[in-house]
Write a protein that binds this ligand. Structure first.
Ligand SMILES: Cc1ncc(C[n+]2csc(CCOP(=O)(O)OP(=O)(O)O)c2C)c(N)n1
Length: 670
């Protein structure tokens, strides 16, 4: 086709194709196929539907766009570049190179306009569901007659891989129940995944599948026909009760004469010769990374985006006049600031918890904390994967979010740990929320990759993980976490608290809420744990992650390090050792990542280098602790799976009694 005869739309889309194949070719790795296949759909969506402002990627009422098939990252980088985001052509030339803004998969925080990190297939879809929930709840909270200050769509591109992943079932099902009508997903139905034609492993009737989830599903749209794409998007926008899935038939690697429609276009450079042939077949007459002015002009969204945001600013200005308090609260929430009374209220609550001195399960203490924190923080939205009564994630003001009533602050996630966690990620990314969600610590594993993504993106999420050890008892080894705490502690950016009583639990909650740049896991007991007495200084030191809870007069002969339910065991053991004339210090270690970040002088005061006889006690995997006890110390922990029995019996069976600890100390100290 000659350039003159080619439609403008196709030329605009071909710019994506050229940039994508050239960047992948230059990087000598990457995925040209999906961007080339989805280019026409993306062109229609981004030029005619998406409300965004390249001049301000942070505009709070922008439409959200998620590329769930994140391997097609060059599609997104091309779009951002062409529309006028601050992502220059030099960055596209540095695709997949060290310190570029264009890593292999879109990484949140690297390039402007990247709404979430995608790559682990299916999770971007879940993030999109979370963003749509956030929009629904925020709009209910803040919109007033004539003032739709929160009013945007969430668009998700997804591929066969996303739909094959189980998480897509979890979140599509919930999105249908919640009637997320402003969620519009576009399926790149190209029939190809890495291993070849998907009919060998995917024969779902996707339209029927999504209709069964209570979605509007639009099938067999020609993904290379702008008119058909626009019509489908218009139907999606008109739907007010259900989310929409648009299934677009596309050709992977569209334009490549020898590779289009085949798996060889999926995940490797087309090759120099094929790139040339593709240029020819697309009628693209320009050098690699050369975009003619008229194409840039056709794509430039800055003027339109500026007008869109200006209109919204004007609306928000009037809203501010007529609803000043709401407007201020909206800003506070979107900026993630805590209310002014926060410090004072939390200090009083922590003090009161200490004076009250109640011995309760830390999951119950967590619920007490939620009860106090939630009225202060309307942005706290809770949920549990069908374990509300066990995780104790509900408080007296919990109200369910439903399709009909978005004024709720509690999400019944159902038995969907992975979906729940990835949805939380999406809500946090959207802004305006601090989500927390619960499950048994053991089932964190079902959610594991979304937990990791939360840490990777440094999101302020709070994970309530109860039934923290063999202490949970009768449910047996399937439900008793062993290696999970280590797993969380070795996840970069994750903060892990395992509090020993109600007071430490209250401090853990405070720190979790205040932690703006990363998630927190709260590891909580099912069983009652004993309240500990503390001085004012000890109370203040909880927030330093580890502190001396019980000391001796002389230089300690041994230091006992413990967390959670094992702290009281350490205290009891120290008492026996003290009776036997040994100088023992007990250090409570509710949060070792926080402790590790303390100044050296403080750490040295708590665990002096000179005291080499150290015993760590924790009913979890032993290996994590060796760096704290050193070569001359030992760990009382678990290195096998548990058993089914009452928790007390299991503690005895696995050596968690004061007598056992005393024997270990005597052996260590000779
Ligand atoms: C959870 C997860 N598993 C595996 C992969 C590796 N992977 C990347 S793309 C892909 C195939 C996806 O197929 P499809 O969505 O059809 O992409 P297309 O071939 O259309 O580009 C796989 C298995 C991944 N990124 N994430």
């Amino acid at each position: 086709m000659s350039t003159r005869r080619m439609s403008t739309r196709r030329r605009l889309a071909n710019a994506i194709r050229a940039l994508s194949m050239d960047a992948v070719q230059k990087a000598k790795s990457g995925h040209p196929g999906a961007p080339m296949g989805m280019a026409d759909v993306a062109e229609v969506l981004w030029n005619d539907f998406l409300r965004h402002n390249p001049g301000n990627p942070e505009w709070s009422n922008r439409d959200r766009f998620v590329l769930s098939n994140g391997h097609g990252s060059m599609l997104l980088y091309s779009l951002l570049h062409l529309c006028g985001y601050d992502l220059g052509i030099e960055e596209l030339k540095r695709f997949r190179q060290l310190h570029s803004k264009t890593p292999g998969h879109p990484e949140y925080g690297y390039a402007p306009g990247i709404e979430t990190t995608t790559g682990p297939l299916g999770q971007g879809f879940a993030n999109g569901v979370g963003m749509a929930i956030a929009e629904k709840v925020l709009s209910e909270r803040f919109n007033r007659a004539e003032y739709n200050v929160v009013d945007h769509h969430t668009y998700v591109f997804l591929g066969d891989g996303c739909l094959m992943e189980g998480i897509s079932h979890e979140v599509a099902s919930l999105a249908g129940v919640l009637g997320l009508s402003k969620l519009i997903c576009i399926y790149d139905d190209n029939g190809i995944s890495i291993d070849g034609e998907v009919t060998g492993w995917l024969q779902d009737d996707t339209v029927k599948r999504f209709e069964a989830y209570r979605w509007q599903a639009i099938g067999a749209v020609d993904g290379h026909d702008p008119t058909a794409i626009a019509e489908a998007l218009t139907s999606a926008m008109a739907e007010t009760d259900k989310p929409t899935l648009i299934c677009c038939r596309t050709q992977i690697g569209f334009g490549s004469p020898n590779k289009a429609g085949t798996a060889s276009a999926h995940g490797s450079p087309l090759g120099e010769a094929e790139v040339l042939a593709t240029r020819k077949s697309l009628g693209w007459e320009y050098e690699p990374f050369e975009i003619p002015d008229d194409i840039y002009e056709g794509w430039d969204h800055r003027p339109k985006g500026g007008v869109l945001e200006e209109e919204w600013n004007e609306l928000f200005g009037r809203y501010q006049q007529s609803h000043p308090e709401l407007a201020a609260e909206y800003k506070r929430r979107l900026e993630g600031e805590l209310p002014e009374t926060w410090d004072e209220e939390m200090a009083a609550f922590i003090q009161q918890t200490q004076s009250h001195g109640e011995s309760i399960a830390s999951r119950k203490a967590s619920q007490n904390s939620i009860e106090v924190i939630s009225p202060l923080l309307p942005e706290l939205v809770g949920g549990s994967a069908d374990l509300a009564g066990s995780n104790l994630t509900m408080w007296s003001g919990s109200k369910a979010l439903t399709a009909e009533d978005a004024s709720g602050n509690y999400i019944y996630f159902g038995v969907r740990e992975f979906g729940m966690t990835a949805i939380m990620n999406g809500m946090t990314l959207h802004g305006g929320f601090i989500p927390y969600c619960g499950t048994f610590l053991m089932f964190m594993e079902y959610a594991r990759n979304a937990v990791r993504m939360s840490a990777l993106m440094k999101l302020r999420n709070i994970f309530v993980y109860t039934h923290d050890s063999i202490g949970q008892g009768e449910d047996g080894p399937t439900h008793q976490p062993i290696e999970q705490i280590t797993n969380l502690r070795t996840t970069p950016n994750m903060s892990v608290w395992r509090p020993c009583d109600a007071t430490e639990t209250a401090v853990a909650w405070k720190c979790a809420v205040e932690r703006r740049k990363g998630p927190t896991s709260l590891i909580l007991s099912r069983q009652t744990i004993v309240h500990q007495h503390r001085s004012t200084e000890q109370l203040a030191d909880i927030a330093r992650g580890a502190y001396v809870l019980q000391d001796c007069d002389a230089t300690p002969a041994v230091i006992l390090l413990a967390t959670g339910s094992e702290v009281d065991l350490a205290i009891a053991s120290a008492r026996l050792l003290d009776d036997a004339g040994m100088a023992v210090r007990v250090v409570s270690c509710p949060c070792l990542d926080v402790f590790a970040a303390q100044p050296e002088a403080y750490r040295e005061r708590v665990i002096p280098t000179a005291v080499r006889k150290r015993i760590a006690i924790e009913a979890a995997h032993v290996d994590y602790w060796h760096k704290w006890v050193g070569l001359d110390g030992l760990v009382v922990g678990m290195s096998t799976f548990g058993e089914s029995a009452p928790g007390g019996d299991l503690f005895r069976e696995f050596g968690f009694t004061a007598e056992d600890i005393v024997a270990q100390v005597k052996e260590l100290t000779g």
